[in-house]
Write a protein of this length. Structure first.
Length: 255
């Protein structure tokens, strides 16, 4: 029976039992007492219940931490050149002595200012004149040697004369070859940088240098993925060395 039903039943019983005057006063007092009772009665609070039993205790701790990396390796650029775009990502596995971590190709030649270009052109013109003179001396020495070779050795010319003409011819030929090589070097000094298109094919095995991972592990960090010119001993990648199915961080750098 609820409190409201109990109060209603009590008031009805008092009205029937007491005279009409006393019934009203009694009813009023009862109502006041009932309201005071209801006001001070504690309200029930819902709770979770469970059966108490023995079992394992599990404690979970969630907090921020910092990993300390040991045996960090830095892989540097062996020489100055252009490193192609690095395709490895952090977390990729590498095998020491097998996995290519970077590919280098020769760097483009630098730009020539007006003074350096004029100097290079003057050197080229000088080498052209040197080649012309060396070729004339070569042709003359060749003609002299052929002429002497047709003569009767022992009667018209001596063997010493033939050997001398042969020596002069060989020297003139060597001088001509040296002059031609010098001219090629002077012409190469005028080579300007070229723009390589993305679709241009390159034979990596012929033109480039492969940089191989020094240890077994994983890539920790790539300092810069884009293709760029790197100076010698410049850092570029970081790796992690594998040990007992766990990773010990390693730094591999390329410039």
């Amino acid at each position: 029976m609820t409190a409201k039903e109990l109060l209603s039943s009590l008031l009805t019983g008092l009205d029937n039992a007491l005279p009409s005057g006393w019934g009203k006063w009694a009813a009023g007092g009862t109502i006041v007492l009932a309201l005071a009772y209801l006001a001070f009665v504690p309200t029930a609070v819902p709770v979770d219940t469970a059966i108490i039993d023995r079992g394992p205790l599990e404690v979970t701790v969630t907090a921020e931490g910092r990993t300390r990396i040991r045996d960090i390796f830095t892989v540097s650029a062996p020489l100055t050149g252009r490193v192609l775009r690095i395709t490895l990502d952090p977390g990729d596995p590498v095998v020491g002595g097998e996995t290519t971590v970077a590919i280098f190709e020769p760097a483009q030649p630098g730009f020539l200012n007006q003074r350096r270009q004029a100097q290079a052109q003057a050197v080229l013109a000088n080498t052209k004149a040197t080649v012309i003179r060396a070729r004339a001396e070569h042709d003359f020495a060749k003609t002299e040697y052929r002429r002497v070779s047709t003569l009767d050795v022992g009667r018209t010319v001596t063997q010493t004369d033939v050997d001398l003409k042969k020596s002069l011819y060989d020297a003139a030929k060597a001088s001509l070859d040296a002059a031609v090589a010098t001219q090629a070097a002077a012409r190469a000094a005028l080579i300007s940088p070229t723009t390589r298109t993305g679709g241009e094919s390159r034979n990596v095995d012929e033109c480039c240098l492969r940089l191989i991972a020094p240890i077994d592990g994983e890539v920790l960090r790539v300092l810069q993925e884009s293709e760029r010119v790197m100076l010698a001993v410049a850092p570029g990648l970081t790796l992690t060395a594998s040990c007992d199915n766990r990773s010990t961080t390693i730094s591999k750098a390329l410039g």
